[in-house]
Design a protein around this ligand. Structure first.
Ligand SMILES: Nc1ncnc2c1ncn2[C@@H]1O[C@H](COP(=O)(O)OP(=O)(O)OP(=O)(O)O)[C@@H](O)[C@H]1O
Ligand SMILES: [Mg+2]
Length: 383
């Protein structure tokens, strides 16, 4: 019954964290021996300063930094490992992600963004500070910084993000709405008087927007993204099998066999978790159909929001979209069968962009490369 094991979950889990982070004594020594004065562990500082304007995609799941003339110079999960006693930032990104659930009590791994919103502003400030240090920003090097923000964040949060960037060394900071950056990254002709539509399915949000003449004509943002699919898989396994699995295991299941529509040769996935009633380790085998059932409600939300957004576009622009299609970006766009489901529901062609995970950062990067020409685009996000 358990063959084939194409989606075996322990195979798809990321490697264990580096040796120096394993176990409390080593981690404690790392933290206390060096006493970083600015709250940044020595390994997080950059070796080679550079003076280039920057674009940052501050995503719920992943943070990317684009440097003018160089392209993407940093691509890390949006996670910080913090020492709660000293408030030092011990690790950023991949290294911090590996620490989740395996750290001594006083080291916590935090995701400063949830559902596209800033949950803890102080931590987000530290994150921006560490990010800018990592790419060489300091007292001697104060670049312009353009930050992509979810279109749903509040005016207060917008101001706070800009202040954080300036406090961390940016000479000036501008904001751009994520769907607009995604549209530019997808190479859409946003300045033309024609309608283009982009759907960005991220970790914490899904944003849909119709652009024309350089502006957002219709827009929808829902607090539902890849993390919510993971949570739905966790919930499904718990209520149907009585087994608790971690969020990383749930994500691994999604990546291995998850889908929004049936596909050929669907493999099963073997999942290890803890039986809720006994606390003992147990293994279950999940089919692709079961995972599809688990995430259907969230997929349906994305489909509904897309149809609503398209419905809000003025009729002439909707005509353009029916002809040109919807451009699908964001990591969640990679879910098998999602493009097809959107195409079937909205009744328009759907194109998955070439680099869905990098599309927003590349779009913001284009803005920073042609700053003066595209500057009017930032004004609307600067509210
Ligand atoms: N092959 C894949 N299939 C399904 N989901 C995937 C795949 N690859 C990545 N993802 C999901 O994409 C999400 C991350 O996408 P992305 O980096 O675009 O989000 P983000 O920009 O950080 O979030 P947001 O835009 O909501 O702030 C994660 O939930 C991840 O599980
Ligand atoms: Mg995003």
């Amino acid at each position: 019954m358990c063959e084939p094991r194409a989606g075996s979950i322990h195979e798809t889990l990321p490697p264990r964290r580096p040796d120096r982070l394993r176990g409390a004594p080593t981690a404690r020594r790392e933290v206390t021996d060096r006493r970083p004065k600015d709250g940044i562990a020595p390994g997080l500082r950059t070796m080679s300063p550079m003076s280039r304007d920057l674009a940052i995609d501050l995503g719920t799941a992943n943070t990317l930094v684009y440097a003018a003339g160089r392209g993407i110079v940093l691509n890390e999960p949006t996670v910080l490992a913090m020492d709660t006693r000293s408030k030092d930032v011990l690790a950023l990104g991949e290294e911090a992600w590996q620490m989740i659930g395996r750290t001594p009590g006083y080291i916590v791994a935090v995701r400063p963004m949830r559902q596209g919103a800033i949950t803890d502003f102080e931590i987000t400030q530290r994150m921006i500070h560490v990010l800018l240090r990592r790419v060489g920003v300091g007292r001697m090097n104060r670049p312009k910084v353009l930050i992509c923000v979810p279109s749903a964040i509040t005016a207060v949060e917008r101001r706070a993000v800009k202040e954080a960037a300036r406090a961390a060394g940016a000479s000036s900071c501008y904001l751009i709405d994520q769907p607009l950056a995604a549209a530019i990254g997808a190479g859409l002709a946003i300045h033309e008087p024609v309608g283009s539509m982009v759907v960005d399915v991220g970790g914490g949000t899904s944003e849909m927007a119709v652009t024309s003449l350089g502006g957002l004509v219709a827009m929808r943002a829902i607090r539902c993204g890849g993390f919510d699919l993971d949570a739905a898989i966790q919930q499904y396994v718990r209520s149907n099998f009585g087994i608790a699995i971690g969020e990383r295991t749930a994500e691994a299941v999604k990546l291995a066999i998850g889908s929004a529509a049936p596909y050929e040769d669907e493999p099963d996935a073997e999942v290890r978790g803890r039986e809720v009633s006994t606390g003992l380790p147990r293994t279950v085998v999940l089919s692709a159909a079961e995972v599809r059932e688990a995430i259907e409600e969230q997929v349906a939300q994305i489909l509904e929001a897309t149809s609503h957004c398209l419905g809000e576009a003025p009729p002439e622009l909707a005509q353009d979209i029916i002809f040109d299609g919807i451009h699908l970006t964001g990591g969640g766009a990679l879910l098998r069968g999602l493009a097809q489901r959107i195409a079937d529901t909205a009744n328009v062609p759907v194109h998955l962009v070439g680099m869905p995970l990098e599309c927003v950062a590349l779009g913001a990067g284009k803005c920073i490369e042609s700053f003066d020409r595209l500057a009017p685009l930032f004004a609307s996000a600067d509210r």
